[in-house]
Design a protein around this ligand. Structure first.
Ligand SMILES: O=C(O)CCC(=O)C(=O)O
Ligand SMILES: [Fe+2]
Length: 450
């Protein structure tokens, strides 16, 4: 039997169901898609919730938010940054030659988190603030998300077991795919140094149908393997990938023009009738598409920052979960990144959207890496009779303040909006640190008998 971790993590099927109820409500039907995984496992969980975000459901609104947020960013590019030549570029997921657009995407975080996961094709988006409070549309999403989870949780019978995701920093990726432009994502795992495998990743689908391929990420031979399972999602459907899913499997979003080929593969046989019907309808639409109207499918993935990059106010708020610079270039503990299989020569020349952690270059090079305000209750923070130790604690506090000031400078250098969103939080942290220094100095003078 798998270990349960609720309400602090998801490591069993029962936990996965609870998580689904927290996000989508108690009344949502769900299916255990374990049979749909490329190999049998007790460590990974795939839950499918048909219609969890369909018309009439609270999270339906996300469908409207995605294009609105994209417009808002384009307007900001134009009006605030004066980028009138390519105001939409910072939402494009670009190939290496920077000309092919794989799909469109924006990344947002719960305020006041400023972390941005960089996945490769979005490396040119780093200047766009992620914190939801900076944007009108994202702020509306934040309100909706918090209210929906709180309302769903009110129906749980366990008030003493508050799920950590009510308080944890979420990160959303909003993707916009036009089937007619052959948008797609290569097989990859959603990995980042700030993610933790105890936090499931939810994927919500809107608009036209989408196919998700699944590939086993357990290397049995030198020959790369391709996807062995696929599933179909229609408008309003939701999926949860939980447990060790991101280490054990790769997922990919094939372009609609490849679906008729996929229909002749053995993977097709494992699909349910409604999936086959939906897929066939989209194939027909693709073949019959004549007008210039886009055939849009939107996707929202919801992930969680269980730690934060240096410079993020959330890292100051809880230094115990700070992602240290050394971790930035390696995947988070429990997650393993592999090169996705190259199935054809075409794919080999395309960018690998692995989701692997890449530190935002500017931040890694920046000197102000906040080493954290030490917790009062930590063992090495106990009162000591040694004057040397007391002095070093005072010095550390001074060091902390120096780092905080440097962080503020870095924020200001980074961009005006970035600074606006964080300065208040940084100021508060600075005050806490300065009070700590005062206390330290006061304790020291008492100990010296002054
Ligand atoms: O579009 C989808 O269904 C999945 C999107 C995805 O895998 C991603 O954004 O990482
Ligand atoms: Fe993904």
């Amino acid at each position: 039997m798998t270990k349960r971790s609720w309400p602090a993590g998801v490591t069993s099927w029962e936990d996965t169901v609870k998580f689904a109820q927290l996000l989508f409500g108690m009344d949502i039907p769900f299916e255990n898609y374990s049979e749909r995984l490329p190999h049998a496992t007790e460590k990974s969980f795939l839950l499918f919730a048909k219609g969890a975000c369909a018309e009439g459901r609270p999270l339906r609104k996300i469908q409207e938010f995605i294009p609105k947020q994209m417009e808002e960013i384009a307007e900001w590019e134009q009006n605030v940054r004066g980028n009138s030549s390519r105001p939409t570029k910072s939402q494009q997921m670009l190939g290496r030659d920077k000309s092919q657009v794989y799909y469109w995407s924006v990344q947002l975080t719960r305020a006041s988190c400023l972390c941005r996961s960089v996945f490769g094709a979005d490396a040119h988006q780093k200047h766009v603030p992620t914190s939801a409070e900076v944007w009108g549309t994202a702020s509306k999403f934040a309100k909706l998300w918090d209210a929906t989870l709180a309302r769903n949780y009110a129906h749980f019978q366990t008030p003493h077991m508050r799920p950590i995701w009510l308080d944890r920093t979420w990160q959303v990726l909003w993707n916009w795919n036009d089937h007619k432009q052959h948008h797609h994502i290569e097989p990859h795992a959603d990995l980042c140094a700030t993610y933790n495998h105890l936090d499931p990743i939810a994927s919500l689908s809107f608009g036209h149908g989408g196919v998700l391929t699944l590939t086993s990420n357990i290397k049995r031979s030198k020959t790369p393997v391709g996807p062995t399972k696929m599933l179909y999602q229609s408008d309003g459907d939701a999926l949860l990938m939980a447990g060790q899913f991101q280490s054990e499997f790769l997922h990919g979003v094939p372009a609609r023009r490849t679906w008729s080929e996929l229909r002749s593969s053995s993977m097709y046989a494992g699909m349910q009738t409604w999936e086959k019907t939906g897929m066939s309808r989209e194939i027909e639409m693709h073949q019959g598409a004549v007008t210039d109207d886009p055939h849009v499918r939107m996707n929202c993935t919801i992930r969680w920052h269980s730690s934060h990059f240096p410079g993020c106010p959330q890292a100051f708020a809880d230094p115990s979960v700070l992602a240290r610079p050394g971790e930035l270039s390696t995947p988070a503990a429990g997650s393993r990144q592999r090169t996705p299989p190259k199935e054809s020569s075409t794919q080999a020349t395309q960018p690998l959207l692995t989701g692997a952690a890449q530190a935002p270059a500017a931040r890694v090079q920046e000197p102000p890496v906040f080493s954290g305000i030490r917790r009062q209750d930590s063992a090495d923070e106990q009162p000591s009779s040694s004057k040397t130790q007391r002095l070093s604690s005072l010095e550390e506090s001074h060091e902390t303040i120096r780092h905080l000031l440097a962080c503020i400078d870095a924020c200001v250098r980074h961009s005006e909006l970035f600074a606006l969103g964080t300065v208040d939080c940084l100021r508060r942290q600075l005050l806490i640190a300065s009070e700590a220094v005062q206390r330290c100095g006061f304790d020291e003078s008492k100990a010296d008998g002054n």
